[in-house]
Structures are given as structure tokens and as C-alpha cells.
Write a protein that binds this ligand. Sequence first.
Ligand code: ZN
Ligand code: FE
Length: 254
Amino acid sequence: MLKIYIISSLSDNYVYLLRNDEKKITSVIDPGEADPVIEFLNKKKWHLNEIINTHHHNDHIGGNDKLLEVYKSKLIAPSYNKNHISNVDIYVSENENLDIAGVFTEVIHTPGHTLGHVCFYMPEEKSLFSGDTLFYLGCGRVFEGTMDQMWTSLLKLRCLPDDTAVYCGHEYTLSNMKFAQYFDTNNALLNKVSLEIKNKREKGLPTVPFNLGVEKKINPFLRADDDNFLKSVSLGGNNATETFCKIRLKKDSF
Ligand code: ZN
Ligand code: FE
């Protein structure tokens, strides 16, 4: 069983430190900066075996170089980003399997936010590292891909089991929650979850990880093909992609 530690970084990023005590392997996912990671590892007296990147944005890879210099770790990154991320040892792409921190992991290619974006799913740990594709009650902005690609990527994540714990790249939950509530006024589950979220943020606690099964019922971006939901928010569209696009654009200017 893996231990997953959450390290806050930059203004609202989360870096995930994975520790396999049995195999004595330590890995880090999306180190936007190196110093908080080094500080944490020093306290634990752990070496850093692996660095994993979900995509090439600087707030997710900014700490790579310094960590590589200090620990000579293995760097794992999306193959699509060959020109954006340097010193990569292992490139990964859609449907590949690999061990991360000694644990079986499936790579899910989720283009949209960036074209090369990948998520990492660990079935035995029931954990998904979703980078900037799926956020708690939200999703990443569509920068490089098309709306259709982003929607298709979110559908891939929606297929994962309900009991999956999702670890996303940013603490955007409170603002995502405000949008979801404004949009979806009569959702009892959303209202209940919103109270939990507010409580956590008032105490300065992270809202991650979150449960994928619940998310499927309350995240507007996962519900662009749910007719009941669309009726209740008076939103149409000729197909799910079009509807998804409407929700994404609404959120962009919210
Ligand atoms: Zn990003
Ligand atoms: Fe980011």
C-alpha cells in the first residue's frame, strides 16, 4: 500500500509524493518547484527515485531540473512532449502500463488542456492522478486541444470505478464549487459536498483527494450528456461536445 503525501506548491498547485515503504521507492508527481519537495524528503531521509509529469506546463515541471541534479532520479513524461520537457528517461503514451513507486499504473492519454496530457491510474490503489484534466468540480481550460478532445478525455476518466480517489493538480475547488452551485441549483448532493468543501478550506485543508463516484453526479463538466441535468439547467446543444463547450465557455467568463 502506497502512502500519498500532498505538498502545496506555488500559489495553488499540489505536488504528490508517493512512498512505497516495502520497496523503499519514492516518487513525485508534477513538481512545479523543487525546494518544498527537497525539504520534505530531507525530513523523511528519503531518496527520490522517480519524477513523473502529467504535462509540460511550468507549474508542473519547474522543479524537474533541480531535483534531477540532486537525486539523479528517473524522469517519466508524456511522449508527446518530447520537445517541451528535457532529460526524460521514460516516455509514456496512451494505454501503456508501467510501475510508479513500484505500483502497477495505467497511462491514460487525455488531450485537451494540452495535447500530450496524460493521467496516471493505479487500479490496486484505487487512485487517479489527473493533473490539469479533471479538477474537483471542474476541468482544465482547453488550451491546446479541441473541446471535442477534452470531452472525450473526461469520458475516459468517467469510465473509471466509482471508488477511485482523484488527486488533481490544483486547489481550484472553491471557485469551481461556486460555478457548479450557480449552475446546478437543486442538487442536494452538491449542496452537501459544498459544505464539506467550505469546512476544509476554512481550516486551510486541501480538498483533495475527492471521490470519482460522487464527482460523476456533481461535476457539470462530466454531465454534458445527462439529459435530466441539461433540462434542469436549461442548456441544450446538438450533441454532448457542443454542450460541454457551452459549459466550458460559461465557466471561462464566470
Ligand atoms: Zn497546466
Ligand atoms: Fe497547472
